[in-house]
Design a binder for this molecule. Structure first.
Ligand SMILES: Cc1ncc(COP(=O)(O)O)c(C=O)c1O
Length: 615
């Protein structure tokens, strides 16, 4: 097993009630449990008032305060940075040591934070410790803990000590490398990190920007690190749009009405949003229906049919998005076949491998992107599965000029000799904005520190845990795995039995999910695949070990048993036509085993009936 963030093992403190906040410090900086109410009252006692000197609030007399003794504003200084970061790092380490014991989903109501923090910004300065205390007391209890080993929802947001360090260093340096000259190291680091990752994924040479090492010449390919997959879609849609307009000899809004784009019905919803932002007419966004016969991947024959029909109708196929590892069920569109179809129409092909792209660093998963040498662009997000904290989405394009031609800006204030020489890459010309973060550092640090073998081990260990979970599900005949597992996501549900309809099955599975999530001991999400409501069990949180997967499964079994033993709660609406003057509470006692759950008017009384609904 690899050694990602918290598979370090180590001692875990177990806190048994959701109200205990193990991050609360004692006077001496050691950790002790304290109740939520204790913390809130402490907060009230220590909240600054105008008559109290700020320093007196500080539990550590050695710490700094922004309104220092001389009263003047102090510019950023290394002593404050050292002091605050030491505290922050202690906080982070305590957080990781304790996150397992926190309810994964917080038990808070909308607006809760405002009730715990001042509603107006403070006029006077406060010691750093005051902010830290409010984070502990008010923010942590309202967090959904994506770092928890009991987090199985969505896709994991994986992380590692080295990525956190890289992010920290980049944030501290706070550089804005829009042009090469604005930060040569940040620009070249990003290019290097992208080229390294492209090699790990065995992307074709054509995507690699700096090929000088192997071929003696610079490639036309290029990459850029963005914040999200949506941005990767947007910039490539815009490049494809302009190319299609040029090709079809039309420009402007009139030409846009003829451009069409394509994706499977399983494609992430952000695709439609990005098409809208890029100016495509929503009626020209084609959603190709998928089904179990292709494991919810796109059928190239259907794609061809739809594209051809559009051409026959005088439209211009412009862009096809193929997904490798859909959000819903991890379905895989056949990249090579999609590229073949799109090539007939000269349409741009983009591969969205946001989650599953990370797996392609392992030879045994690489086949999922076979055919990538024939696509125009591919993106994947190491912040999902390659232990690189948010945000980090890598986009590669086969011909970088197709992006820069449409996204380049050249204002006087950014002109410089390096850019004019044409030898350097100005990454601002491959993204939406001008300013940009130094994201390449953390990604490079992850690859530099782990090395390819450990990164592969990390992916394999997650897949192995997912396989274990899948095996457990298959061994219990109350459940079924609904779609074949790819990667580390298992889509499963309680099977319909007897006369249960699809609606009943959804209801019971929803109940299972809600009950599980309410325990605070696991967080799973759902989706609908082929009309079936299924639970998504995504393995891979950075602190997860096999024991967490097994415990979650035991919990799933236990809750399912409770539900089927009749401990299931179901709300049924009755309409009492003639109450004979009974108040709802009277009616409740008449109803025997039924329990009144809401006191409303005589008509439309809601009841909660205990007992399993017969199937
Ligand atoms: C396959 C896929 N594509 C796109 C997205 C959207 O990504 P983003 O939020 O980075 O735009 C996701 C998010 O989970 C995804 O799984």
């Amino acid at each position: 097993m690899s050694a990602p963030l918290a598979r370090f093992g180590g001692a875990h403190l177990i806190w048994h009630t959701p109200y205990i906040n193990p991050l609360a410090p004692t006077d001496h900086g050691t950790q002790r449990p304290a109740s939520k109410s204790q913390h809130l009252s402490l907060l009230a006692v220590t909240r600054p008032s105008s008559s109290i000197a700020m320093g007196s609030l500080d539990t550590n007399p050695g710490t700094f305060c922004t309104d220092a003794a001389d009263g003047g504003f102090q510019p950023l200084n290394a002593d404050d940075v050292r002091s605050y970061l030491h505290k922050s790092i202690d906080f982070i380490c305590d957080y990781y040591n304790n996150v397992e014991s926190f309810p994964v989903l917080p038990d808070v109501q909308p607006g809760y934070l405002r009730r715990h923090l001042q509603s107006a910004p403070p006029t006077t300065s406060a010691p750093f410790d005051v902010a830290m205390k409010e984070i502990r007391d008010a923010v942590v209890p309202g967090m959904t803990h994506w770092a928890s080993p009991n987090f199985f929802a969505f896709f994991p947001a994986t992380n590692s000590a080295t990525a956190i360090a890289g992010e920290l260093i980049a944030s501290a340096m706070n550089t804005v490398g829009f042009t090469w000259q604005a930060n040569p190291a940040a620009t070249e680091m990003e290019v290097l990190a992208l080229d390294w990752l492209a090699q790990l994924m065995r992307l074709p040479e054509s995507f690699i920007m700096n090929r000088t090492a192997t071929t003696g010449r610079r490639g036309t390919g290029g990459g850029v690190i963005l914040g999200t997959t949506s941005e990767a879609m947007l910039v490539t849609l815009v490049a494809a749009r302009d190319a299609a307009l040029r090709r079809s000899g039309s420009s402007g809004v009139a030409g846009m009405t003829r451009l069409t784009v394509y994706a499977a019905d399983q494609t992430h919803s952000t695709f439609n949003k990005m098409c809208h932002l890029a100016g495509f007419d929503p009626v020209n966004v084609r959603s190709i229906a998928t089904g179990p016969e292709t494991d919810y991947g796109i059928d190239p024959a259907k794609l061809l049919e739809v594209m051809q029909a559009d051409v026959d109708a005088g439209l211009v196929p412009t862009y096809v998005c193929a997904t490798v590892g859909t959000t819903s069920s991890n379905a895989v569109d056949p990249v090579a076949a999609v590229a073949d179809v799109a090539a007939r129409f000269n349409a741009w092909v983009h591969v969205d491998a946001a989650y599953a792209g990370s797996a392609c660093i392992c030879p045994e998963f690489r086949h999922h992107i076979d055919g990538v040498e024939r696509v125009d662009s591919i993106s994947m997000s190491p912040h999902k599965w390659l232990m690189t904290c948010l945000d980090c989405t890598c986009l590669w394009v086969r011909d970088a000029h197709r992006l820069t031609d449409v996204l380049e800006t050249n204002p006087e204030y950014l002109k410089n000799d390096a850019s004019d020489s044409g030898v350097v890459t100005d990454l601002k010309d491959m993204q939406v904005g001008t300013g940009r973060r130094f994201r390449g550092l953390k990604l490079w640090m992850v690859m530099r520190t782990y090395g390819a073998a450990k990164l592969q081990e990390h992916i394999r260990s997650d897949v192995a845990m997912a396989k274990t979970f899948e095996g457990l599900v298959r061994c219990d005949d109350r459940f079924e795995v609904v779609v074949p597992r790819n990667f580390a996501l298992v889509c499963f549900r309680i099977k319909p039995r007897g006369a249960m309809t699809e609606e009943d099955t959804e209801e019971i599975n929803r109940e299972l999910m809600d009950r599980l999530n309410k325990t605070g001991k696991a967080y799973v999400a759902h989706t609908v695949v082929g009309g079936k409501f299924v639970l998504r069990f995504a393995v891979g949180s950075s602190t997860q070990e096999e024991r967490h997967v097994r415990s979650a499964w035991e919990l799933i079994q236990k809750v399912t048993t409770e539900i089927s033993k009749g401990e299931r709660k179901r709300t049924i609406s009755f309409e009492i036509v003639n109450t004979n003057g009974l108040l709802p509470s009277d009616a409740s006692s008449v109803a025997g085993s039924c329990q009144l759950t809401a006191s409303v008017a005589h008509r439309d009384v809601r009841w909660e009936r205990c007992g399993m609904v017969t199937e």
